[in-house]
Write a protein that binds this ligand. Structure first.
Ligand code: GDP
Ligand code: CA
Length: 341
């Protein structure tokens, strides 16, 4: 919140944004958001979260990135794994296996199932994803200035077309969760399709967050299946291109590989090289048609590509980008913001 107008401005913080909007996926996204809060302790933070990972299993609607975000921000996360609940037990899964009920490859902890039960019931009662997320967040988020917003209230699901010699056409489409969790992202990827994205619309809350922000941060989340779907929701890209805020992006690819996860298996399928520079130029500068960024932040291991990205029209900076702690993350966020100013 802003200081009283008669108080002298703190020179170190006088340029702090009052409203920050963040684009994020799950594990990487939630680590990033903890850093955003540490960087700007008094700002309103609106986190726009990918929902294209969502899946229905055993009749339960599961929103992995939203749940990871809520558990992480509410200190309820299994911090070793980076997802799922702390102190989890697995009786429900064991019972389902005993019944021989598929699928058994998606880990559904007992505590976690409670979240999916609440969501599924609220959905059946007609609540929107935005309303349900707010209801769940009231348990997890003890920060009146932080909102978690699903990218859309419409249903979007990422499917991956994989090569499969046993399938009649030599290929088949699987849900992203099956590709990621069951198949460990191993089969060759022929295409990534976001089912429902064509007709998905940004919610009013998302559009308002992007339009009223003083600063927009595109987190180091997976460019294909986390940030990509958010940018594909009708209304998001135009709002990013039109916002008066600086839009700053952070690389999740360091030295040619993702810090965690399997983004390197998916980037080639959308024609993007597995490098921080290529991802930045894929998002593109706002000065170019369709571009969304004012500046791109890469890790110091990628310092040699700063010139190439800058020549591509996108001002770039190299600083250490490992999110080892919220304080480390806050340090690189502040460095990026100072650079973009
Ligand atoms: P998911 O939805 O759970 O897969 O997580 P996200 O899409 O939000 O984030 C995954 C991305 O975060 C991966 O591509 C990682 O490379 C990136 N990531 C994870 N840890 C770090 C880190 O410490 N620093 C940076 N710069 N990126 C990271
Ligand atoms: Ca995800």
């Amino acid at each position: 919140m802003s200081s009283p107008s008669n108080a002298p401005a703190d020179p170190a913080h006088s340029a702090d944004p009052a409203r920050v909007a963040v684009l994020a996926g799950g594990v990487g996204g939630s680590r990033f958001v903890r850093g955003v809060r540490a960087a700007f302790p008094e700002a309103q933070i609106d986190v726009i979260v990918n929902t294209a990972d969502d899946v229905t299993l055993h009749g339960l609607r599961i929103c992995p990135d939203i749940d990871t975000m809520l558990y992480a921000l509410g200190d309820g996360i299994d911090s070793g794994k980076g997802w799922g609940r702390a102190d989890e037990t697995w009786s429900i899964m064991a019972e389902l296996k005993t019944y021989g009920v598929e699928p058994t490859w998606f880990a559904l902890g007992d505590r976690d199932v409670a979240t999916h039960l609440v969501r599924t019931q609220l959905l059946a009662a007609g609540a929107t994803a935005t309303e349900i997320t707010a209801a769940l967040a009231s348990r997890w988020i003890d920060d009146p200035l932080l909102r978690v917003l699903p990218m859309t209230d419409d249903r979007v699901e990422t499917h991956v077309v994989i090569a499969d010699p046993q399938a009649t056409a030599g290929k088949r489409a699987v849900h992203f969760q099956e590709f990621w969790v069951r198949l460990h992202a191993e089969p060759p990827v022929l295409d990534v399709v976001q089912v429902g994205l064509d007709s998905a619309r940004a919610t009013d809350a998302v559009t308002e967050a992007l339009t009223t922000a003083d600063l927009v941060l595109v987190g180091p989340s997976n460019p294909v299946v986390s940030i990509g779907p958010i940018l594909g929701v009708a209304g998001v890209r135009p709002a990013l291109r039109a916002t008066g805020a600086r839009v700053l992006g952070f690389a999740g690819i360091l030295g040619g590989a993702p810090v965690l996860g399997m983004a390197h298996r998916l980037l080639p399928a959308i024609g993007v090289e597995v490098s921080a520079a290529a991802v930045g130029l894929h998002y593109g500068p706002r000065s170019r048609p369709g571009g969304i960024l004012d500046a791109w932040v890469m890790d110091t291991t990628d310092a040699e590509s700063v010139d190439a990205v800058t020549r591509g029209g996108l001002p770039a900076l190299a600083v250490p980008l490992l999110m080892s702690s919220p304080a480390d993350t806050a340090a690189f966020i502040r460095a990026g913001v100072e650079f973009a100013a």
